[in-house]
Design a binder for this molecule. Structure first.
Ligand code: FAD
Length: 508
C-alpha cells in the first residue's frame, strides 16, 4: 500500500478492523522511531498522529544531529557518549539526510578559550577516534575565510557536527516503519484510552470527519512529546512531569550572512548561553532561545523578545544585521523533564529550563501503557530501542532491535546515487544540481521524481521563481509522503515556508 494522502483512510479502516501488538501515539521523531523499531522486530504496529508528522517539536528544532558538546558543561558524559554514537549510526543509515557540517566555536576571552579547548578535547576522546574530524583552533581571519562578514576580532575552534532536515527525517522514519508493515495515519488523534485498570488500546478521532474508531492493542506507547502530560491524563492516575521550554529560530534573507559553515556565538544577554548560526541552502538561520513556556502547545508564538534576543547575539558578530533581514521564524517546545519530585511547571519554577536535563525517560503508567518523553532528535533510535525492549518483554518476545542496520530512505552509496541522478537530470535538460538535490532530499525516490518529470516535463519547473524546489516535489509529498494539507506540503515536506514566510504559494 502506498504512503499517500489517500491511503490514510485505508489505514484508519485497518486500524478499526485489526488488533495490534503495539499502538504508538505521536508522529514526531520519537513515535516514528518506536514504530520502526517495533515493526522491524515483527510486531504488528499502528502509529497515529493528531496533525501531520513532525508538526510538533520534531519539525521545529535546530536541525542538528549533534554530539551534545554543551552537555559536557553539565557533566552529562554518558549523554554525550550516546549522542556521538547515534550521530555515527545515523550518518551511515541516512547519509543523504544527515550530513557533516563544520562548526566554528567563537571564544571571546582567554578563559573561555581554555574551557572550550578542554571540552573539545573531551569530545574528541568520547568519540573514540570515530569523530567526523578532530577539533583545531582558528584565528579571526581563518573564520573570515568561510564567513566574510564576520566582524569579530577573536578566533576560536573548528569541529564538526551533522545537519539534517528534521521534518524530512521524521517522515522518512515513519515511511520506513510503514514499509515494514506498520499501519500509519496522520490527522488521527487519541481522544481516550480503552480498558480500565489496564490500557487495551485507544479511541481515535479522525480530524477531518470527526469519526471515531476503537483501536485495540496489547501495549500502547505515549510518544507525544510536550503533549505527553495531556495524553497521560486520559488514563487514570499520573502526575505532571514536563516543564516545556520554548526555543525560537530566525531565518535571514539570502546574502545577509554568507556562510559555508555553522557557528556558535555567545549570546548578548550575559547569561552564558550560546546561539547557533547554521547555513541552510542559500540562507542562514540562527537560534535558539530557552524560556519556560505554559501557553498553547499546538502553536507556540515567536515573540518580539525572542527575536530581540537572537538578533542581539547575531549583530555582535555580524554588525548591520537587523530585524528587516529576517524572512521566516519558527518556535518549538522542548519536552523537558521537571526535576525529580517537583512535578511539572509550578513546583519546579525555580530551575532555569537551560539547566534541565536533555535526557529521556520511559515510565510504565499502567499495565499496557508506557510514556516516553524527553531526549533529542539525535538519540531517537536508541530511545526507541530502549522502550521497545520493555514492550517486547510485556509481549513475551525476545526479538532484538534491528534498527542499527535498517537504511532510512536511501539504499547504497549516496555518492553513487548523486552521480547517477546528476546524469539523469542532465538527460532531461535540467541542471545536474537538481538531480543531486533530489537525492539529498528524497533518497531512493529521486528515481521516481525523475520518472515523473520524464512523463510530465512541467514537473521539472520550480514551484516559485528563484527557489530550488521543483513542482515534482509537491506531487511526491502528496503521493508518497502522506502530505494531506498545503501546510504539510509547504512547511514540512518542501520546507518552503520555513525559508521565507512571505512566499505566495499556489494551492497544491
Ligand atoms: P514531537 O515532535 O513534539 O512529537 C509529538 C507528536 O505527538 C506531535 O506531532 C503531536 O501532534 C502528537 N500528538 C500529541 N497529542 C496527540 C494525541 N492525542 N494523539 C495523537 N498524536 C498526538 N534535538 C536534536 O537532536 N538536535 C537539535 O538540533 C535540536 N534542536 C532543538 C531545538 C529546539 C528549539 C527544540 C525545541 C528542540 C530541539 N531538539 C533538538 C530536541 C528535539 O527536537 C526533540 O527532542 C524531539 O523533536 C522530540 O520529538 P518527539 O517525537 O518526542 O515530540
Amino acid at each position: 500500500m502506498s504512503f499517500s494522502a489517500s491511503s490514510r483512510s485505508v489505514s484508519l479502516a485497518r486500524m478499526a478492523e485489526n488488533r495490534f501488538d503495539v499502538l504508538v501515539v505521536g508522529g514526531g521523531i520519537t513515535g516514528a522511531g518506536i514504530a520502526l523499531d517495533a515493526a522491524t522486530r515483527g510486531f504488528s504496529v499502528a502509529l497515529v498522529e493528531k496533525r501531520d508528522f513532525a508538526s510538533g517539536t520534531s519539525g521545529r528544532s535546530s536541525r542538528l544531529v549533534h554530539g551534545g558538546l554543551r552537555y559536557l558543561e553539565h557533566g552529562e558524559v554518558g549523554l554525550v557518549h550516546e549522542c556521538l554514537r547515534e550521530r555515527r549510526i545515523l550518518l551511515r543509515l541516512a547519509p543523504h539526510l544527515v550530513r557533516p557540517v563544520p562548526m566554528y566555536l567563537l571564544a571571546e576571552s582567554a578563559s573561555t578559550r581554555a574551557v572550550y579547548r578542554a571540552g573539545l578535547t573531551g569530545y574528541d576522546l568520547l568519540a573514540a577516534g570515530r569523530n567526523i574530524g578532530v577539533h583545531h583552533s582558528v584565528s579571526a581571519d581563518g573564520i573570515r575565510a568561510v564567513v566574510p562578514a564576520f566582524g569579530g576580532k577573536r578566533g576560536g575552534f573548528r569541529y564538526f557536527e551533522c545537519q539534517t532536515d528534521d521534518a524530512r527525517l521524521t517522515v522518512e522514519v515513519a515511511r520506513t516503519a510503514h514499509a515494514f508493515g506498520a499501519v500509519v495515519a496522520s490527522y488521527a488523534e487519541v481522544t481516550s484510552f480503552l480498558g480500565g485498570a489496564a490500557v487495551e488500546g485507544a479511541t481515535i478521532t479522525d480530524q477531518f470527519t470527526g469519526e471515531r474508531l476503537d483501536l485495540r492493542a496489547s501495549v500502547t506507547v505515549n510518544a507525544t512529546g510536550v503533549w505527553a502530560d495531556q495524553v497521560r491524563a486520559l488514563a487514570p492516575g499520573g502526575s505532571k512531569r514536563l516543564r516545556p521550554s520554548k526555543g525560537v529560530h530566525l531565518v535571514f534573507a539570502p546574502g545577509t550572512i554568507e556562510a559555508s559553515a555553522a557557528f556558535v556565538i555567545p549570546s548578548a544577554a550575559g547569561d552564558g548561553r550560546s546561539v547557533f548560526l547554521v547555513p541552510w541552502e542559500d540562507r542562514v538561520y540562527a537560534g535558539t532561545t530557552d524560556t519556560p513556556y505554559d501557553g498553547d502547545l499546538d502553536d507556540p508564538p515567536v515573540e518580539q523578545a525572542d527575536r530581540d534576543y537572537i538578533l542581539a547575539a547575531v549583530a555582535r558578530s555580524f554588525p548591520g544585521v537587523t530585524h528587516r533581514d529576517v524572512v521566516a521564524a519558527w518556535a518549538g517546545l522542548r519536552p523537558l523533564l521537571a526535576p525529580a519530585g517537583t512535578g511539572g511547571n509550578e513546583a519546579s519554577a525555580g530551575t532555569a529550563t537551560e539547566d534541565l536535563s536533555r535526557r529521556h525517560t520511559t515510565v510504565e503508567e499502567l499495565p499496557g501503557l508506557f510514556t516516553m518523553t524527553g531526549g533529542k532528535l539525535t538519540t531517537y533510535r536508541a530511545m526507541a530501542e530502549e522502550v521497545v525492549d520493555r514492550v517486547a518483554a510485556v509481549l513475551g518476545s525476545r526479538a532484538r532491535s534491528r534498527t542499527r542496520d535498517i537504511a532510512i530512505g536511501l539504499h547504497g552509496s549516496a555518492a553513487d546515487a548523486i552521480a547517477l541522478a546528476r546524469h539523469e537530470a542532465a538527460r532531461l535538460g535540467l541542471p545536474p544540481a537538481d538531480g543531486e538535490r533530489l537525492v539529498l532530499r528524497y533518497g531512493d525516490d529521486w528515481r521516481e521524481a525523475i520518472r515523473m518529470i520524464a512523463a510530465e516535463p512541467s514537473l521539472g519547473e520550480p514551484v516559485v521563481d528563484r527557489l530550488p524546489v521543483l513542482k515534482v516535489e509537491v506531487e511526491l509529498a502528496r503521493s508518497r509522503e502522506m502530505a494531506v494539507t498545503d501546510e504539510d506540503v509547504f512547511a514540512r515536506r518542501t520546507r518552503l515556508t520555513t525559508r521565507d514566510a512571505s512566499l505566495r504559494l499556489p494551492a497544491s
